[in-house]
Design a protein around this ligand. Structure first.
Ligand SMILES: *Cc1c(COP(=O)(O)O)cnc(C)c1O
Length: 243
């Protein structure tokens, strides 16, 4: 898979300016709620964007990139390797775990026990412990992947018991919205679930990462306790889904 220049590709200066703006917005959001901006990690979502765009962001100090498609991770990893850090943030099919297990440092989108069991199997083969997040469908949307809020704690206990899987926290993709404020309640609910998970203290579970907030709503997510935000369009511009 070769990702060439696309019709929405931004100039290097635009990408650099966008990164500065995201960091400034995160800092301002942190200040509003008295958080330390160092608690918030920016995962730059580079799906459907070129290696060239990623290199521009890397030169501007961005180290962590989130990808949705296994094929794209393997192609980009072949070019950039561990010079960048890669997270899998998209829906992952069990039969594709083996292609990314040695390339990504965190899988955000674990949404079934079967997927976790496959990650266990592949991680064991590589003699590593894979960090994962449980994806939670916190707004209860019909069409979304993820565990319900009620399933999340029992699942965390089961998945945490897998010796080569380390549950680091929770992730959600809040509903698409034009008004970020409407997602505040969902972010708050996920944060509460995260707090309950911490208190539960299950073996193999450290609920230190809360992955929530995208371009449209990351400042609200930060105000509500996100420790990792996933921003794509706000850094690299629109994606070309027709290529
Ligand atoms: C594409 C994607 C993002 C980034 O979305 P933007 O609106 O472009 O910031 C974040 N998280 C997930 C799971 C995604 O698939």
């Amino acid at each position: 898979m070769q990702l060439e220049k696309d019709k929405y590709e931004l100039t290097p200066e635009e990408i650099r300016e966008n990164l500065r703006e995201v960091h400034a917005n995160v800092a301002a959001a942190c200040e509003r709620v008295h958080r330390n901006p160092a608690e918030v990690t920016l995962c730059a979502v580079s799906k459907l964007k070129s290696v060239n765009d990623i290199e521009v962001a890397m030169a501007a100090g961005q180290h962590l990139f989130g990808e949705n498609y296994v094929q794209e991770i393997t192609a980009k990893y072949a070019e950039l390797g561990d010079r960048a850090e890669w997270h899998m943030i998209g829906h992952l099919q069990r039969n594709k775990v083996k292609y990314i297990i040695d390339k990504v440092t965190l899988i955000h989108s674990v949404d079934s026990l079967e997927l976790a069991a496959e990650i266990e199997k592949q991680a064991a083969k590589h003699d590593k412990v894979m960090d994962i997040l449980l994806e939670v469908n916190i707004a209860g949307e019909e069409s979304k992947w993820g565990f319900t809020a009620e399933e999340t704690l029992p699942m965390a206990e089961k998945i945490g018991a897998l010796p080569h899987v380390h549950v680091r926290g929770l992730m959600t993709s809040a509903p698409y919205t034009e008004d970020a404020e409407t997602n505040r309640i969902h972010f708050r609910n996920l944060k509460t679930l995260q707090d309950h998970l911490k208190v539960a203290g299950y073996p193999g579970v450290d609920a230190d990462i809360l992955s929530m907030g995208m371009t449209a709503d990351y400042t609200v997510a930060v105000e509500e306790g996100a420790t990792m935000i996933r921003v794509g369009t706000g850094i690299f511009g629109k994606r070309d889904y027709d290529k």
